[in-house]
Design a protein around this ligand. Structure first.
Ligand SMILES: NC(=O)c1ccc[n+]([C@@H]2O[C@H](COP(=O)([O-])OP(=O)(O)OC[C@H]3O[C@@H](n4cnc5c(N)ncnc54)[C@H](O)[C@@H]3O)[C@@H](O)[C@H]2O)c1
Length: 250
């Protein structure tokens, strides 16, 4: 990743921070994008403390201008954009469909789907302008391929993320832009813990659903994303790569 510039959205959060640190350790300049400044600045501090390069971009992915200005910052600060990990997301509200409000459904679409679209649109435009290709990884979920009980708006949104990933891979493959999705199973993060707190019966389900017998760690998703962002995955595009402890193998 040496000398490459990578945007990571949701980089103040668990998976995003882990990925940002892994990418910076491999030599990437990282644009740490998040809506929560304090968390993102902490990621920047951690990267710099290890001697890496990082800059914060205030970014609400549901606002198209913020996605655009994050790409602009990557280019003004580091001169290029080679890749992006579009990872910002909202947790499920965890109620069955008949109790789900339209407002909660819309909020999930705005951040989990439109947010990925906004980011990809401006990242791809910059990559096309530079003409040197690139690699984009979107965070979906196992909920992007199978249903997770009582997570209607989240499952619908993550299915859409995989659809967006595939169409972008098809549309821009000829221009050397690869686009893939990573599908985490249950990862030990505050987001997961908040789901369990809202619905305690979920805890046992989440554990038994993973044949590997445990939750994943944020760095295990970061490693998968880093591989997809690197040239080591040069023939992989349009793929939905599960990093789920076997969740979707059952
Ligand atoms: N934790 C899991 O078990 C799990 C499983 C499958 C998929 N995922 C996905 O992984 C991604 C990262 O989740 P996480 O577990 O690290 O959660 P997290 O809450 O730790 O991180 C999410 C980050 O996204 C940021 N964010 C939220 N709304 C935003 C917005 N509008 N604009 C920009 N940033 C915004 C938050 O501030 C936070 O830093 C999400 O897309 C989530 O859906 C998580």
């Amino acid at each position: 990743m040496s000398g490459k510039t990578i945007i990571v959205t949701g980089a103040g959060g668990s998976i995003g921070r882990a990925a940002a640190l892994i990418l910076a350790r491999r030599g990437a300049n990282v644009v740490v994008a998040d809506i929560v400044e304090a968390a993102a600045e902490e990621t920047v501090r951690l990267i710099r403390a290890e001697g890496g390069n990082a800059v914060y971009s205030h970014c609400d992915v549901s606002i198209e201008d913020n996605a655009w200005s994050t790409v602009e910052l990557a280019i003004t600060e580091f001169g290029r954009l080679d890749g992006a990990f579009n990872n910002a997301g909202l947790p499920p509200v965890s109620v069955p469909l008949h109790q789900l409000t339209s407002a909660d459904f819309q909020r999930s679409l705005d951040i989990n789907v439109l947010g990925v679209f906004h980011c990809m649109k401006h990242q791809i435009a910059a990559m096309l302008k530079a003409g040197s290709g690139g690699s984009i990884v979107n965070t979906a979920s196992v909920g992007g391929t199978v249903a997770i009980p009582a997570q209607g708006e989240y499952v619908a949104a993550k299915h859409a993320v995989i659809g967006l990933t595939r169409i972008a891979a098809v549309d821009y493959g000829q221009q050397g832009i690869r686009v893939n999705a990573v599908l985490p199973g249950a990862i030990r993060t505050p987001m997961l813990m908040s789901v369990i707190e809202n619905d305690p019966s979920h805890a046992e389900f989440l554990k038994t659903a993973h044949p590997i017998g445990r939750y994943g760690e944020p760095a295990e998703i970061g490693e998968t994303a880093a591989w997809l962002l690197s040239d080591a995955s040069s023939f992989v595009t349009g793929a939905a790569i599960a990093a789920d402890g076997g969740y979707t193998a059952i």
